[in-house]
Design a protein around this ligand. Sequence first.
Ligand SMILES: Cc1cc2nc3c(=O)[nH]c(=O)nc-3n(C[C@H](O)[C@H](O)[C@H](O)COP(=O)(O)OP(=O)(O)OC[C@H]3O[C@@H](n4cnc5c(N)ncnc54)[C@H](O)[C@@H]3O)c2cc1C
Length: 822
Amino acid sequence: MMMLLFLLALLAVTVACSFLKTSLTVGTAAFGATLLAFTLAGEPGWLSLTLVWLLFAAAATLLNYLPWRRAFITQPILKTFRKMVPQISETEQVALDAGTVGFEGELFTGRPNWRKLIDQPLPELSMEEQAFLDGPVEELCDMIDEWEFTHYRADLSPQVWDHLKKHKFFGMIIPKSYGGLEFSAIAHRAVLEKVGGMSATAGSVVAVPNSLGPAELLLHYGTDEQKNHYLPRLAAGEDIPCFALTSTTAGSDATSIADYGVVCEGEWEGRKTLGIRLTFEKRYITLAPVATVIGLAFRLYDPDGLLGETEDIGISVALLPRSTPGLDVGRRHFPLNNPFPNGPVRGKDVFVPLDFLLGGTEYAGQGWKMLVESLSVGRAISLPSSTTGGAKLACLATGAYARIRKQFNLPIGRFEGVEEALARIASYTYATSALSRQTASAVDAGEKPAVPGAIGKYHATELSREVLKDAMDIHGGKGIILGPRNYLGRGWQGAPIWITVEGANILTRSMMIFGQGAIRCHPYVLKELEALSIEDEDEQLKEFDRLLFSHIGHSMSCASRSFVLGMSLARFAAVPGDRQTRRYYRKLSRYAASFALMADVAMLTYGGKLKMKEKISGRLGDALSWLYISASMLRRFEYEGRPAADQPIMAWAFHDAIYRIQEALKGVIDNYPIAFARPILRRIVFPLGANERRPNDRLGHKVAALMLSPSETRERLTRGCYTKDREGWVIGNMEALLPDVIAAEPLERRMLKALRAGKISGYTFEEQLDSAVEAKILSVDEKKFLEGVRERVLEIVAVDDFDIRELQAGLSDKGEAIRDAA
Ligand SMILES: Cc1cc2nc3c(=O)[nH]c(=O)nc-3n(C[C@H](O)[C@H](O)[C@H](O)COP(=O)(O)OP(=O)(O)OC[C@H]3O[C@@H](n4cnc5c(N)ncnc54)[C@H](O)[C@@H]3O)c2cc1C
């Protein structure tokens, strides 16, 4: 019994010391003190005590006497570590070097400092940026007719193109000194959210020049001559850019491009010139069919040593004017009925002078680094913002439609089945807009948020697809029948596009989010890897020893925090917030410790093979992402002044996120390859069981109710959407009608009751209204009001129909021929 107590006391000391992250010396002293206490008590017998003291003395000396520790512990581990660590390829090294670490790094510590999150300034729009949104952006929305673009033109209208160029929509990231708008990331986000939400066609056209379009690359790497030539032209819309990386054989594995260029002498504008002969076959290139300048990625070879001694120089980028002889560009792909200009770019033996290399020969071979660095910024803004815009608009529209559309004499939004979908729509919209705001504000804070960019890209596009799916289901046939009255169908068709572009989502989830985060954001792993490159062996051992023991302390701390916070349901964790949000911060603190522990366990178990263990990496990526999204939601809630009315949405989204974190961690443990360790890990991570539940029905009911009537909460959730009550914009018409629909409901109930009681009669609505007036159930004014509302409701729920010729692609020669033959 005493022995058991003794062992328990030692365990408690270990947990307490690692929970408090004490130094090794303090930990050793605490162990010694416990041992002394039992010795003085004369238990558990002198023989056992002598043995334990001897063991303690040996371990304490070995751990605390540094020369021995380094020689007998660290040195063998260092040898194994060298063999175990992944060979970091050049490509991966570039990816690792390309970004910065922001708040996401806190999650890897297992004890996030929440003040770092809360104290981050959330930038506001400047007056100039707000004026742009209220002016040119609103005017652009006035001009958008998505049906016309997608069905009749397969393009934007000329007026829209002119408007975009005139107001410098393509120059949002270009500095004013080059004639651009020089907007903040948060303003860039607001523009894309509004435009991209309303029209995938216009949104894509605006997004590309402001993300990976050559402007970003030019700003960072262009020669002065290139900047002075291209940037003012791009800002003014005189040049339309595109960027061509993807090729037939290289999609996700973009560095394997077979497109190549050979340094050689050739003829350019009648003169012998040193240049590059290029052969390439690119596809899926957005804006290529209309681009006047094409950013081209290819592998550069110098077999004759004209530039130096290296033959395979590596991936490089050149800017080719459309007029370049031999350039084959103009044909279009047709991406799921969203006809933004997108097509192939081909060329065989196209000769261009060396000046066309972006950044000149100095940057030859640096193409991948250039792309990865620029991509992290674009990824943090373009897709998260555009798809959040789509989610917001779908959320607004579906809430209104679910109130306007009645079946079984009730607004469909009152049925529990529809409520479930409405709750998801509102909460995912809340989550995705918090996420996209967080990633954009990281860019404004000067970060290159590689990991948040990947989280933003993946989760904003996935959550928006979920929102659109539910919105489509709630709209029933109204969502399916395409035509000018359909405001959802094209967005729904476009959802897989956003999933695929800028790094397809399966790859982003299973390889990139945790794969990049694990090394980049971990407090020790990158430093340990870097220690391997210290040349002086003694110095290397010293540094590795220091890092190794800090790392072990970190892992033990995460394990004990995970266990203690799990046992106490994190009730005593020191966190900020009020009565409500404190609970949320505590849960996140608990799961951050569990996540950090499982990240270490996975890295230790799999070593370099972890990058191929995509199911584990994907789950850890999910846990990391949902911690990050939850933190973004809390920040949003704080920033908006903790509005009590928004609490149900915040709570639903938060519980859903925590449940996902739990399931992700559970998945990692359930699939852990060492069977005997699984129950131990389960005890540490879920000491009282996996108790998180999905948001309950009552909460879902409250959230859904918030979507069905105008309120500050609904306005905050969908802020920035285009809601003008104009002809052809059904969402604006619905918003304008919604208050009247709500005001009509008591009258309709009165009528229904009278109808059921046989006090009024009539086959049609009009006859029943007349009868109600006669029976003094309704006044004449009330009758008129109901008639007006009814008429407008029928307008809203109407769908389009067509003569078959309007649906035939009759303008093409092939369409004409097929029709004639028939
Ligand atoms: C409409 C549209 C616009 C585009 N615009 C541009 C543009 O402007 N410029 C440009 O250069 N490119 C552009 N792209 C290309 C886009 O970036 C690629 O489509 C994308 O990188 C995926 O390549 P892929 O389609 O060849 O798919 P593949 O690489 O063939 O991948 C197929 C599937 O396999 C998965 N996969 C592949 N490898 C792995 C892995 N290791 N682990 C897990 N899953 C994996 C992917 O996630 C995907 O789901 C565009 C594409 C589209 C469709």
